[in-house]
Write a protein that binds this ligand. Structure first.
Ligand code: GLC
Length: 810
């Protein structure tokens, strides 16, 4: 079914307008600053958290939310005269409205319904800095008769550690204290103390819900408000109209619900605001309540939020190609998605349970992908990641803003990622000094990248310091030396592919992909060594890269493609010799990203990708899927065929491959690969199901018995960033390099013209690419401000001006 059944983009593309409340999955938005985040669906479902979605969750989320899209942030309504009741955002009562529309924009979501002649528009947003969310409500009586309404803003508290809540629900709610504070006219909520993994910490926060309307009633007890066996879909207090005040909840499931009486003359409106949030400072609490209970101030903050997001998303790189859907994704929505990934990594969503924290490899890639639009954010992230590296070159697998470095076993692939991010930073800015910046090394109880030091008692601390370059060098030395009998890097309990988690647990299994990723990073670190004038070191690094390249070419070539690895038992996977999992995309795309294959091999493997992995819904992660559990490989073989890492069209891997196709000069193939996974270009949204404005983690692969083409796990995925990089740096080919901006487009044959605006080191380049001969790669001439230049590198002007660049392909 076409997208029209569910909605459409606004004319300028900055909003997605949903016209049918029952989309095949909740279609959501992230309203967020860097501290407070509210996830919200088109029917106001969703939850909120502060700093970390596991350890400090404010509102409840249920694992079945992807299906029933509840609970959320609701305003129940009762008409006192007619006794009719409904919920303003369609959910949770799900009564059919006379009019329905929801709009997801950059930093805000609006729900708009009309029931029984009453229109209610609610604009939800999170302020630029304050740790709260605001619901701006406008109620309009559209009829010629007066309306006597009761309104009940409602939310359900979780308060605290979500994992503990899942395991010990009956105990966690015993720590709840929620009350109506008469002097502040607000509901306040807290836990007596934080409880997680047997560690007890003070709970320094106060959570609140307050309204700008006079309060006529308040309820905090969930069970009493809903009535026995009811859900929020039909609370007794609303359905039966027997709302009672429950001033205190102590040791029970808790809600925040206020009651307001609202009299509206015919054809009149009333605006009010609800504020919900968390703070640890008493004086700040009063400030937040005062500010956001003032509708005028709340509206002006909404404008500030819109302005901030529009600057972040719209005021930088802009592309113009013959494909308007492609432009819309790259100019607006993918940048927005890249921000959300950078702010919250891979944890909070409608699908993931929200384990909290950020992964090491994810954060490195997120920082690289935001580099060209928010370099300050990327730099901050690099500085956050570097101290996660130990002196032995291994890394803590991630970190949380509330609980610090992750404590589980180091991943084998983590050391190869940060070099690329730091190099991208230098290419973007020209600031080599970052390499000589000092940072501490991490000390914890992990040693040798695998074992626990039983004698180490110190918890997490530091272990001296070194420059960022030294950190990176230790990283790559570790992986170069941590090899198996074939000389390829050990895979341990996974590499990029988290689900190949049993191939190396006896510390013998090896990863061809990791060997390739190492080659790419070694070559890049050699470039960084040259920037420091360390030519000898650069030679050594290049020597290591060529040693690893030779090993890969000697051992891993299968005849028509590269194999993916070898298990602890020495069995190959990703080979024509295997019955299932014969060929993996990453071992092909990354061979090209790292410059491993000869031209002949490259041609062969690209042909093999076309033949074995490409399909109508995109390139599969590998083929064929595993049909049963293989204990020698791990959970990759446990997923249903075609889902997740078991041979889905895994979008992150698709975009690695799009970059590889551009390096190989196949622009048409690169574009086709990207186009098939584009959320706004799907043909059948009853099949695809997920949001049409943000990328999914994967599309179900061809071997699934009936879901081929369904989108899964949207928003928080590394493919957003790689799509943006592939489009801007490779397809449109305006690519940062140490000395300047390289102009190296790789277009689909049918594109005769394309444009990209690229701000770079203090100047803005308006680049027009002309492709009269319909080539895929190759630049004949480049004119900068009318002057032809030699080669295709533009040296930075850094003069604050706009420069026109004309590129003739040929
Ligand atoms: C998820 C993870 C990412 C991993 C990928 C493949 O997207 O966030 O870190 O590389 O899955 O397993």
């Amino acid at each position: 079914m076409s997208l029209k059944k569910y909605g459409h983009f606004s004319k300028d593309g900055t909003e997605f307008i949903i016209t049918n409340p029952i989309t095949p999955r909740p279609w959501i938005n992230y309203l967020t600053n860097e501290d407070y985040c509210a996830i919200i669906s088109q029917n106001a479902g969703g939850y909120s958290f502060y700093k970390d979605c596991r350890s400090d969750r404010i509102l409840r989320w249920a694992p079945s939310n992807w299906h029933n899209d509840r609970p959320g942030r609701y305003v129940y309504v009762r008409d006192k005269d007619t006794k009719k009741y409904w919920s303003a955002s369609y959910q949770p009562m799900r009564i059919k409205p006379q009019l329905y529309e929801a709009r997801h924009g950059l930093g805000y979501t609006v729900t708009n319904t009309t029931y029984h002649g009453v229109n209610i528009e609610i604009t939800f947003f999170v302020p630029t800095h304050d740790t709260c969310e605001v619901w701006l409500v406008k109620v309009t009586n559209k009829t010629d008769k007066k309306k006597n309404l009761e309104l009940f803003p409602y939310a359900e508290w979780l308060l605290g550690d979500y994992h503990q809540e899942l395991r010990y629900r009956n105990i966690m709610n015993l720590y709840n204290r929620v009350w109506y504070d008469k002097s502040s006219k607000a509901i306040f909520a807290k836990k007596t103390a934080f409880w997680g993994d047997m560690h007890i910490k003070p709970y320094p926060y106060i959570n609140f819900l307050a309204s700008s309307l006079p309060v006529a009633g308040f309820a905090t007890q969930k069970d009493a408000f809903l009535g026995r066996c009811n859900t929020e879909e039909a609370p007794e207090a609303i359905v039966k109209g027997n709302f009672k005040n429950f001033e205190l909840t102590s040791g029970e499931d808790a809600i925040a619900c206020l009651k307001h009486n609202l009299f509206l003359k015919p054809k009149s409106s009333k605006e009010f605001s609800i504020v919900l949030g968390q703070t640890d400072k008493d004086d700040h609490l009063a400030v937040l309540l005062d500010k956001y209970r003032d509708v005028k101030k709340a509206k002006s903050e909404l404008n500030a939020v819109k302005k901030l997001w529009s600057e972040r998303v719209l005021d930088n790189i802009v592309i113009e190609t013959p494909d308007k859907d492609f432009d819309r994704m790259m100019n607006i929505w993918v940048k927005y998605q890249v921000y959300i990934c950078n702010f919250w990594s891979r944890s909070p969503s409608y699908y993931h349970e929200g384990g909290g924290g950020r992964g090491f490899r994810d954060s490195c890639q997120d920082a690289e992908s935001i580099m060209s639009i928010d370099v300050a954010h990327a730099k901050k992230k690099i500085r956050r990641i570097v101290p996660l590296i130990r002196k032995d070159g291994t890394c803590a697998p991630g970190f949380s803003d509330t609980t610090g470095p992750a404590k589980h076993r180091p991943n084998k692939d983590h050391p190869v990622w940060l070099t690329m991010t730091v190099a991208a930073y230098i290419k973007e800015t020209g600031d080599n000094e970052i390499l000589q910046e000092y940072a501490p090394y991490l000390k914890d109880n992990w040693i040798n990248g695998w074992d626990k030091d039983v004698n180490y008692k110190g918890g997490i601390s530091t272990d001296g310091e070194g420059t960022i370059f030294e950190h990176l060098e230790k990283n790559l030395n570790f992986t170069f030396n941590d090899v198996g009998s074939k000389g390829l890097p050990l895979i341990g309990h996974a590499d990029w592919n988290d689900a190949i988690d049993a191939a190396g647990i006896k510390l013998k299994g090896e990863s061809v992909w990791l060997g390739m990723a190492l080659v790419r990073s070694l070559k890049t670190l050699a470039e960084l060594a040259m920037l420091l004038g360390e030519n000898k070191k650069a030679d050594q690094l290049l020597h290591k890269a060529s040693t690893m390249t030779d090993r890969i070419n000697d051992i891993a070539w299968d005849g028509n493609w590269y194999v993916r690895g070898f298990t602890d038992e020495g069995d190959v996977y990703g080979s024509s010799k295997n019955k299932e999992g014969k060929m993996y995309i990453n071992a092909q795309s990354w061979s090209i990203l790292s410059g491993v294959p000869s031209k002949e091999r490259q041609d062969k493997l690209l042909k093999s990708v076309d033949k074995h992995l490409d399909g109508p819904h995109g390139i599969a992660l590998f083929s064929p899927a595993y049909s049963k559990w293989d204990s020698g490989l791990g959970r990759i073989s446990m997923f249903s065929e075609g889902t997740k890492e078991n041979a889905a069209v895994f979008c992150h891997a698709v975009t690695f491959h799009a970059v590889a196709e551009c390096i190989a000069g196949r622009g048409t193939k690169a574009y086709e690969a990207m186009k098939k996974i584009m959320p706004n270009s799907q043909k059948d949204y009853d099949l695809y199901k997920t949001e049409p404005y943000v990328y999914a983690e994967y599309l179900v692969g061809p071997e699934h018995p009936y879901l081929y083409g369904e989108g899964a796990f949207t928003w928080i995925t590394g493919n957003a960033g790689w799509n943006f990089l592939a489009a801007t740096e490779r397809l449109l080919g305006a690519r940062r390099e140490y000395m300047g901006l390289r102009i190296d487009p790789c277009l689909p044959k049918k594109w005769k013209k394309a444009k990209i605006v690229r701000p770079f080191r203090g100047a803005v380049y308006h680049i027009t690419i002309k492709n009269p001969g319909q080539k895929e790669k190759g630049v004949k001439k480049i004119f900068v401000d009318g002057q032809e230049i030699d080669g295709n590198l533009i040296y930075p002007h850094s003069d604050g001006k706009v420069h026109n660049v004309e590129v003739i392909m040929g």
